[in-house]
Design a protein around this ligand. Structure first.
Ligand SMILES: [Zn+2]
Length: 481
């Protein structure tokens, strides 16, 4: 223990005491099937927003606002479909305190019993033998959202003042692309969110199942497509094979030159943009609880390109990767169809990392693809383009917010957290950082095996309850630090 411990035991005891009420709160939330991706369930998503308003009101939150985001843009079946609102609330407006914005989402992924769930997905089931809560949204993200409310309830019961001003931003469209949220955050940056000192997002997971983590980085993603067009219609290889230039042959030649079998990107100029690995960052990888066996278990194979955990983690988190995803227009069924596709579109993406400049990357990629195609001397027509991009994010794991969360984690779990990054994206992280000009901390509650988007999603009771303590402890260490 290398820090001055705050006297938080009464808070932790109170959270333990309130465990049944906290499970009850989560069970009411899980019972509302707030699936944002299912238009027919949109009224339930709205019900969930109102459930939150009710809870926030009873806990004493002030200035609760239900921000309507308007009509959902196409593609939609119902052209008049309203987006679910963003719920804003605050507790405390004391100029002498720091202000923490907490973000969470109250919508969930779709779930049907027939998908293979052992229990009804929208009934929170407490397996008392394993001490695990099963239900859609238990870990993603209703557990963490209820966690923030639980922290406030524990303070109210203790008649403790919160150590910070708390601002909540809960959205209902996260599982469907957070439509409308960027605009709202930009609008509120100098209004509702004025004075926010830091942002905490609890919407990710531990790397494994035993050791708590704090997450300080996410890779971005630039997604490209290359279309190659030749004949006016699909042709028969018995008639045209050998006498015309085939788009698929050209496309495969181009795609095959983007990356090698060892995962090395072959496009010149990208490696030079990657931020150098500092000794301090390098040292973070040594302590992380991870092994090649865990990767094998997750991939269901023994196909790892690396055998050392440090190499695996660095290549998942801090180096770029290029994946070829598919070919639109290609024959992909069973059997032996002898078609020559007239137009094929190859799809690939690059997971981006600091300090890759997105525009520069697009230029390097598109120029490279065009150059490789030109070398084929093909009469076909190529078009390479970016179809979607999302920025990477990396924070300073030694800043005040991370330090506060690390102390709280150590108080609660008795171990120092691992500092991790993730290979995927949480685009809202970058939006908050850029719009509010503040740091963002990712403070997960659940474990790596919670099955956030799959069947039998769960949250261990210990993660739920200790997660509440960690969220509360973080507010104290941050607010009083
Ligand atoms: Zn989530």
């Amino acid at each position: 223990m290398s820090y001055t411990k705050l006297e938080l035991q009464p808070l932790f005891d109170k959270i333990d005491e309130l465990k049944p009420a906290f499970i009850e709160r989560l069970s009411k939330a899980v019972a509302i099937p707030s699936v944002s991706g299912d238009e027919s369930l949109r009224p339930k998503v709205v019900d969930m927003a109102h459930f939150l308003v009710k809870e926030l009101t009873s806990l004493g939150f002030e200035d609760i606002q239900v921000k309507e985001l308007g009509i959902q843009p196409p593609p939609v079946e119902n052209p008049k479909l309203e987006l679910p609102p963003v719920v804003l609330a605050r507790l405390g407006n004391d100029k002498s305190k720091k202000t923490v914005l907490v973000y969470g989402h109250y919508d969930v992924q779709p779930a049907l019993k027939e998908d293979g769930w052992a229990t009804d997905p929208f009934t929170l089931v407490h397996d008392s033998v394993k001490d695990i809560l099963f239900g859609r949204g238990s870990t993603d993200d209703k557990g963490p959202v209820m966690g923030w409310l639980n922290v406030v309830e524990a303070h109210n019961e203790l008649k403790w003042e919160l150590p910070v001003n708390l601002v909540c931003c809960f959205e209902g469209m996260e599982e469907s692309g957070s439509v409308g949220l960027d605009k709202l955050i930009a609008q509120e940056a100098e209004a509702y969110f004025k004075g926010v000192d830091t942002v905490c997002i609890s919407d990710n997971y531990w790397l494994g199942t035993t050791k708590p983590v704090l997450t300080y980085g996410l890779r971005g993603c630039n997604y490209y497509q290359v279309s190659i067009k030749g004949p006016g219609a699909d042709l028969h290889s018995g008639i045209f094979g050998g006498i015309i230039a085939e788009p698929m042959t050209d496309l495969i030649k181009v795609l095959s030159q983007l990356v090698d079998g060892q995962g090395r990107i072959l496009i010149p100029g990208i490696a030079e943009m990657i931020a150098p690995l500092t000794d301090k960052e390098n040292a973070l990888y040594d302590d992380i609880d991870f092994s090649v066996e865990e990767l094998n278990a997750a991939s269901g194979s023994k196909t790892s390109l690396y055998s050392e955990k440090q190499d695996i983690l660095k290549h998942r988190w801090r180096y770029p990767s290029l994946s070829v995803h598919g070919i639109e227009g290609a024959f992909s069924g069973g059997g032996a169809k002898t078609v020559i596709p007239s137009k094929v579109i190859g799809k690939f993406s690059i997971r981006t990392v600091p300090d890759i400049e997105s525009n520069k990357l697009d230029e390097l990629v598109i120029d490279f693809v065009n150059k490789k195609f030109a070398e084929l001397n093909s009469p076909n027509v190529i078009k390479a383009e970016l179809i979607h991009d999302g920025a990477y994010w990396v924070s300073n794991p030694f800043n005040d917010a991370f330090t506060a969360a690390a102390k709280a984690t150590e108080d609660v779990w008795g171990v120092k957290p691992d500092f991790t990054r993730e290979g995927g994206s949480i685009p809202i992280t970058v939006t908050f950082e850029q719009s509010l000009g503040t740091d963002v901390l990712l403070l997960p509650m659940g474990r790596g095996d919670d099955g956030a988007h799959s069947i039998n999603e769960k949250l261990d009771v210990s993660n739920y309850i200790n997660g509440c303590k960690t969220l509360g402890g973080y507010l104290h260490y941050y607010g009083r630090g």
